[in-house]
Design a protein around this ligand. Structure first.
Ligand SMILES: [Zn+2]
Length: 134
């Protein structure tokens, strides 16, 4: 980035620059609010492994992955630690919970604000695992 660009970003000159600057600030604020709210709703933990997190090491996970048609609605967002987020990757929640039933068990406990379909799915996946194990 050239020196001139840095200057322009810091001090918007024209009306169009100002609008662009404000919309970027709004988006950043919005993201921060979404993250903080999701984090609070998840009990300040990773919903998959149950580890207590700080806001700075929490990541937002889309329960139904964006790449598979999931959206940004609050019912599709949970807080997760980076390693669980990477472990889950682009798996559908049901596939993930069948593979890692401990994640499903924690998800039922901590992901209180997610859409109830996901919780129902987690319960099914976990009980399926335990009935197979028995
Ligand atoms: Zn985790």
């Amino acid at each position: 980035m050239s020196h001139r660009n840095v200057h322009r970003a810091a001090l918007p000159r024209s009306r169009r620059d100002l609008a662009r600057h404000q919309s970027r600030v709004l988006t950043q604020n919005h993201k921060r609010h979404v993250k903080r709210d999701t984090f609070r709703d998840c009990g300040r933990r990773c919903v998959y492994c149950g580890t207590c997190l700080g806001l700075e090491n929490a990541t937002l996970d889309h329960v139904h992955p964006l790449s598979l048609g999931g959206d940004h609605a609050p019912g599709n967002l949970v807080a997760a630690c980076l390693s669980c987020n990477q472990l889950k990757g682009a798996l559908l929640p049901l596939e993930f919970f069948v593979r890692y039933p401990w994640a499903g068990a924690n998800f039922m406990r901590y992901a209180r604000a997610v859409h109830r379909t996901f919780k129902r799915g987690a319960r099914r996946a976990v009980s399926l695992h335990f009935s197979r194990a028995a």
